[in-house]
Design a protein around this ligand. Sequence first.
Ligand SMILES: Cc1cc2nc3c(=O)[nH]c(=O)nc-3n(C[C@H](O)[C@H](O)[C@H](O)COP(=O)(O)OP(=O)(O)OC[C@H]3O[C@@H](n4cnc5c(N)ncnc54)[C@H](O)[C@@H]3O)c2cc1C
Length: 327
Amino acid sequence: MNSERVAGDLRRLDVGAVSLNEPLARHTSFRIGGPASVYVQPGTKEDLVRTLDWVEGQSLPYFVLGQGTNVLVSDQGIDAVVISTSRALRYVEARGQTLVAGAGVLLTKLAHKAQQASLGGMEFAVSIPGTLGGALVMNAGAHGSEMRDVVWEMVIWQPKAGLRALAPEEAEFSYRRSAFMTHAWIAVEATMHLDPKDPPAILESMRHHMAYRKKTQPVGDPNAGSIFKNPEGDYAGRLIEALGAKGWYVGDAEVSAAHANFIVNRGHATAHDVLSLMRRLRSAVFARYAVQLRPEVRWIGPGEGGFEATWENLWCEAGEGLQGPCG
Ligand SMILES: Cc1cc2nc3c(=O)[nH]c(=O)nc-3n(C[C@H](O)[C@H](O)[C@H](O)COP(=O)(O)OP(=O)(O)OC[C@H]3O[C@@H](n4cnc5c(N)ncnc54)[C@H](O)[C@@H]3O)c2cc1C
């Protein structure tokens, strides 16, 4: 990609702030990741749509980033246009029993907005640190609830079609999965349908969730939340802890002492360190329990499948004593 030319064209389109070779470590909760060739922060919803239409029309590789709390970005960075939703889509409004919000709104903000509007159902989201867009892609959840329980309707951007409504059934939400992962859809807006509830009761349950999180998860060290999904009927954290793996490390990447399914960056961890540690954990869990752990964190980097390589490629390429089939 000719990044200088692309950045120049985007600046002429006047869609928002554009930078070259932007270190993605600045935009991920892991504080890990090499540079994006071109990084754009559209200023409004219209700017976002114009940016997407343009990069798609030019057949450029692109990638939308929310708050960067569920990604591991390659140390080499990515030769693509990275489009951030953090400026363009930060609106939220209560309408009757619903909240209508842009995909760049933080889940914490949504939970508080619902509480102010005497609407219950969003409390689970108060302690999840990403954006609404990332939460739709991941079907994010906590404390027994997830996004699919509250989403009523979405607006997405789709290549060639532009903006269109998307019904929850089409999104095929399941445990930390959605059809966003297999379609080139960009979440732009969502409407959440909630239930009337007493604000003090909502506040009480949000406080409870926050306190629980502080007690059970690492606070302070950069991380990306749960590294692996829970296998059917069990917990990834339980299996890793039972191995005695808390404290295992590669470089500055370390299995958290507070929660075994979290890897923390002790200062200068690289994506390579995190990947090596993940492979080690995965092999050890497979060797002891014959369970294949699947990553929850999304890998963004070069690989066979383009810059969003599948984890399967990474495991197979590494071949570091992994038993069982790749994947
Ligand atoms: C301390 C900590 C605790 C966490 N706890 C939880 C938890 O309890 N439950 C839980 O489910 N998750 C948890 N997470 C993970 C994470 O916060 C969620 O998955 C969150 O929803 C991701 O949102 P994001 O904006 O950061 O997405 P990003 O990390 O920016 O992106 C994640 C994926 O979504 C895509 N994406 C982002 N925005 C859009 C968009 N608008 N349209 C299309 N694709 C988009 C990206 O391309 C990427 O593939 C935690 C993370 C941390 C760091």
